[in-house]
Design a protein around this ligand. Structure first.
Ligand SMILES: C[S@@+](CC[C@H](N)C(=O)[O-])C[C@H]1O[C@@H](n2cnc3c(N)ncnc32)[C@H](O)[C@@H]1O
Length: 216
């Protein structure tokens, strides 16, 4: 018989964050420098980064695609979970973000594993061959998530992983009158994901909610 799920409170999130692999000094410095450079503080949090690393290591991923580089925080975190020959291709539309990320990636311990591609997610994803990636991480413009997911279902190898951030719509998912204009996009996407053929998926309540799926 199934049990009632536990209610997850802010205290639980603090508890799990304290018991999750912490970010190192390099990623902390990156975060601080990005804020000083006027880059919005919207990268994934350390617990989400640790979770992505666990997933990628478990899947023995080698080729990862990311849409939404920002300052390079998640790309560096993911690259660290890959073997030396592994690669993260991360796509960013904003030249300022891409330039900042390239600078920090070059200084990182995984410089050789990450390529930043300046361009729009939809355009770049179209150029990536079928069944060529082990994992895709979507963390960019929410109105394009459905199109990105469809492309990633083509790009992923069988049993490939898909992870998508912000399933909780910046905390406004269940608000009656949400203020963020992306909330309807996230709601529509959350309703779309369970209908995608060949994808087993679940929302994991980490950070702002992560969709995690496997191409079956
Ligand atoms: C939430 S941030 C990404 C955070 C990053 N994944 C991390 O955790 O470190 C979203 C990024 O997506 C970029 N973006 C927005 N629209 C995009 C598009 N159409 N194609 C590619 N990147 C886009 C934004 O410029 C921004 O840098």
């Amino acid at each position: 018989m199934s049990e009632e799920p536990s209610v997850v409170t802010e205290a639980h999130f603090r508890y799990l964050a304290q018991r999750t692999t912490q970010e190192d000094a390099f990623l902390r410095d990156l975060r601080v420098s990005a804020a000083k450079a006027g880059i919005p503080a919207i990268s994934i949090d350390p617990a989400q980064a640790a979770f992505l690393q666990v997933l990628l290591r478990g899947a023995k991923a080698r080729h990862v695609i990311e849409v939404g580089t920002l300052a390079g925080y998640s790309a560096i975190a993911m690259a660290r979970a890959l073997p030396p020959e592994g690669r993260v291709l991360t796509i960013e539309v904003d030249p300022k973000h891409a330039a900042f990320a390239k600078e920090w990636i070059a200084k990182s311990d995984v410089a050789g594993r990450i390529a930043v591609h300046l361009g729009a997610g939809k355009d770049v994803l179209k150029t990536i061959p079928d069944r060529s990636a082990d994992a895709c991480f979507l963390d960019a413009d929410k109105g394009s998530y459905r199109a990105y997911l469809d492309e990633c279902m083509r790009i992923l190898r069988p049993h490939g992983l898909i992870v998508v951030d912000n399933a909780f719509a910046f905390g406004q998912l269940l608000d009656e009158h949400p203020t963020d204009r992306d909330v309807p996009h996230i709601r529509a996407f959350n309703d779309y994901v369970p209908t995608v053929q060949g994808l087993q998926s679940v929302i994991v309540p980490l950070g702002d909610g992560l969709w995690v799926g496997v191409k079956t």
